[in-house]
Design a protein. Structure first.
Length: 285
């Protein structure tokens, strides 16, 4: 996984690019009708139900736009919220609040939706030893926010990107000339580059799982698009030789049954690519 320093750098880049995109050479609406020295106060109002996420990110946005803006927090990230709840107050220059408004709302609405969906999936897994994982099926440019939201919702992060974990999938296997060839080449590459990166290998059948297990050094096997019975057989075959992960179209109706097959993880792209934003607004006080 990426380091805290790398993650913070990603957040800085997101804020910088988002403000560039939204503000350009100036918020001419605010500049034209609100005095530069005018002070104001606004509240973050919840108009929906779910898990709030992005409060700490909002603080970073306000600070980036204007270090003199002050945020008074009433509800923390990861808390269940309902219609009418006020998450925080922000006060300071009115122009600065308005400049930050859209980025704060866009980020918090999406992050809260992801956290809400993740929490729902986590609840479905209660009583099992299975954890829910996100994927790289994220919105380009804001992956750090979406994966942060998964954590806030109680889920776990898969690899952040292509550089922090080896994941040998079906196309890699086919292009490399087979499972054993792909694993062998990967281990040599890591040794040559002196990289300590974990290896995950995707399996499309029980036969492929047996071949993966004949190779050393695999951290986790991705049991992809298996039915329940074959998933159970795969878990029994693998035993404690490495970790297990189920994936492939698993949803709220099937996730519990896959967990009961005994897998360590279930990964779901739906956590980040199929959500509806939580309704929030920033209102002047």
């Amino acid at each position: 996984m990426i380091s805290t320093a790398q993650f913070e750098k990603e957040l800085e880049l997101i804020i910088k690019n988002a403000i560039r995109e939204d503000v350009g050479d100036g918020d001419h609406t605010s500049l034209s009708c609100i005095p530069a020295d005018a002070k104001g106060k606004a509240k973050l109002l919840v108009k929906d139900e779910g898990i709030i996420a992005g409060v700490e990110f909002a603080k970073q946005v306000f600070s980036y736009v204007d270090k003199d803006l002050e945020v008074e927090t009433f509800i923390k990230d990861g808390t269940k919220v309902k219609f009418g709840d006020v998450v925080f107050h922000v006060s300071g220059k009115s122009q600065s609040i308005l400049m930050a408004e859209r980025l704060v709302l866009n980020a918090m609405q999406r992050m809260s939706a992801i956290a809400t969906k993740t929490a729902f999936f986590v609840d479905l897994l209660k009583g099992t030893n299975t954890k829910i994982l996100d994927t790289r099926k994220t919105t380009p440019g804001i992956r750090a926010l979406e994966k942060w939201a998964v954590k806030i919702g109680g889920g776990e992060n898969h690899r952040f990107a292509l550089y922090d974990m080896i994941m040998i999938k079906d196309n890699h296997i086919d292009f490399a000339g087979g499972i054993t060839a792909a694993i062998t080449k990967t281990k040599k590459y890591l040794a040559d580059k002196k990289l300590a990166i974990k290896i995950i290998v995707e399996a499309r059948s029980l036969t492929e799982i047996k071949e993966i297990l004949s190779n050393e050094g695999v951290y986790r096997i991705l049991i992809d698009n298996f039915n329940y019975e074959d998933t159970k057989k795969a878990v029994q075959l693998i035993g404690d030789r490495c970790l297990t992960e189920s994936s492939g179209g698993i949803n709220e109706k099937t996730i519990r049954k896959y967990a009961e097959c005994g897998v360590d993880f279930i990964s779901s792209g739906a956590l980040t690519h199929s959500v509806y934003n939580l309704d929030l607004s920033l209102k002047a006080l």
